[in-house]
Design a protein around this ligand. Sequence first.
Ligand code: PA5
Length: 435
Amino acid sequence: METLTIDIEHIKRFVTKSELNKQAKAAAEARKTLLSGKGAGSDFLGWVDLPAKTTTRITSRIRNEVDRLSAISEYVVVVGIGGSYLGARAVIDAFQHRAAFGQGYPYILYAGHTLSEDYYHWLMEILATVDYSVVVISKSGTTTEPAVAFRLLKKNLERRYGVHGAAQRIVAITDQNRGALHDIALQKGYSSFVIPDNVGGRFSVLTPVGLLPIAMTGLDIDSLLSGARHMRKVCLASDSIEENPALLYAAVRNALYQKGRQVEMMVNFAPNLRTISEWWKQLYGESEGKEGKGILPHSLSFTTDLHSMGQYVQQGQRIMFETVLSIQKPHHRVAIPVDKQNLDGLNYLADKSLTEINHCAEQGTVLAHEKGGVPVMRIELPKIDEATLGQLIYMFEFACGVSGYMLGVNPFDQPGVEAYKNNMFALLGKPGYSI
Ligand code: PA5
């Protein structure tokens, strides 16, 4: 399997060798803490071994559910928020070029990630005319947004298909023993999958939380897991930034943070990677943003955003660095046609593929931003397939644990996300809450 690589050529002007070496040592130390299972939040290290421990019993069960639901559903609504939503959507969106709906797989819609009334009106209007099923995902089983969405959808399914028929169209992914969703699933006899106790939401994409929705679109979850397994081996084998891309990534971003670069912009040159950035933002934002510390994760889609945020990146405050997700090979070729009249003056591009042009845009942008004072790191992805995404996911997760320990925070808790909930519950009059 071709391993993804990280190119740090364009950060060398900004970080000296000895600064990078210092962070490389800190990264190796943080890796040791992570793997010792003695660091802060070590009850949530289940993700480290997930790719190796996910049995064929689980993946076969997932595939059976996919076959069963596909046979009765034109649409499947995936209900969840945060870690119970972003990972699945990130992988599904990355494969827009291979969307399998209409080829025996259902079309995926999302719910539970918003409280927008108009969104649910639109969703229910679409669902009124099609056969559909629901995959509801919540580790705690009590999160308000997915619980509200699930109540709406469950009632609708029960009205249309009867209580028994609805139960055949609902799959729950939740805690093994606790929570309202667990209790409902048990009482109603829904098919269900367990989210392991020791895997936090934002690290759960390689559990059924991500695997079932991803498999619903016809994607190959075995290859996704094998890519993650490959990267796990790499990460467990070495504590050197020369050999371990997760450590290199963690060391570089911390070296830049030490030099005042407080914002990391995850940049893609293909819109199908936009949701990967959203998943990455949650992973790093929730893991590192605490105790007044943490690099602010931000994202941009180029070349689109070169025509909006490009100005700021080139000449605004020098507080950021960029991490570019660079796809080496496309799946399809689209070339620029020759035009005899050449009124648009584009014949100099004739016969060039869009990837050739896009790669020149990327190279030109990297050089311009570096010259403008923005360090740029590039993650080279051989191509977008399941195995490469599996590698990328595991690399970011491992680097996140390491980077959090380098920063001196617990990368596996999220105490801050409770604050808004308390206020919302108080405003809604939930007993026991006040502002
Ligand atoms: O990473 C996290 O822990 C959060 O983003 C959760 O995934 C999110 O709040 C949803 O929680 P739950 O799965 O319990 O509904």
